[in-house]
Design a protein around this ligand. Sequence first.
Ligand SMILES: Cc1ncc(COP(=O)(O)O)c(C=O)c1O
Length: 392
Amino acid sequence: MSNSFHIPYGKQEITQEDIDVVVETLKADFLTQGPKILEFEKNFAKYVGAEYAVALSNGTAALHLALLAFGVGPGDRIITSPITFAASANAGLYCGAEVYFADIDPSTYTISIKAIEELLNAHPKGHFKAIVPVDFTGYPVNVEEIRALADKHELFFLEDACHAPGGYFVDSNNKKELCGSGNYADAIAFSFHPVKHIAAGEGGMVTTNDEALYKELLKLRSHGITKENMKFDIPDAAEQGSWYYEMQELGYNYRITDIQAALANSQLSKADKGIVRRQEIASIYRKAFEGVNLKMQAVNDNHFNAHHLFVVEVEDRKGLYDYLRSHNIFSQIHYIPVHLLPYYKQFGWKPGDFPNAEKYYKHCISLPMYPSLTDEEQTFVINKVIDFVKRK
Ligand SMILES: Cc1ncc(COP(=O)(O)O)c(C=O)c1O
């Protein structure tokens, strides 16, 4: 293997076709707020089976705006998983809400429904405003059970599906519910960061089947400015022309550019192929690691894992991480539990609060998982993992 040999844990794949559409967009009339955004929104909504989709500057903005659109604000409380990227929790803080966590299930590594239930039952109705479960690694949460809990406890349900476009959950009617369909969650957030399934450079999306929520998201995406349902509460109202707009609430500039939307749209057309390849890679890992002393994430036919990540748990995680690095394999750790991040300590969270999450963090490691990973590279990774684990 050459000196430049380097296997990351995740990587985008940009084709000539992707480059061509971006160049075409650069030569067109709009660099932002042009036709590519709407085209991408329509295609993405169709891909996940939702009515509405709002493209945004990144996945964090998607989470933030969805919570804002639910009306989450100071004095409110939300619940998320400790095993996620900080953004899932930070979105609540941006709204001025308090963030609570429910421990993970030690086999799926997603938020435990039992733990959510215990947390909800320990407080009066109305204590929590929203729940933000995460389809961690691409493993879809049980949206049906979470919807039932959300209804019972009058919560908004925001699914963080940043890892999971193309994943689906099979509900009790044997119906495939694609992550993002909006049939169970009130809103679903996606990210188009380059390591994710669909690369836009930066980008995000909220999907929903709620028209009012959709309109609110459109407004919040662009400063709270609108030309719909205007109040004309301005001197000389009759003198206002077609330039006139109103800022009716405080929104943000969370827009995506046409350039990014064009790239994402092109990537979306290849997303299914990517999912198939990710499944192949996952099953090769699974087969190779049978009988090896490491633990893999649960497999369940009703939870089709979109496999943004392939995580395993090993006894000597740091040892394996360093060993792989010494062989130019750049694995990654997902994630340091959010409640243990220094910023979150001020809210009173401490080690021991979420034992399953903390135990998982001690042992977890994400192995290379991306469609362009070659068989030769994957065999190399597998051999190195097995060498290390067997030597212990
Ligand atoms: C689970 C999860 N939620 C939210 C985000 C935030 O997405 P973005 O980086 O596009 O803001 C990420 C990104 O890594 C993520 O992994």
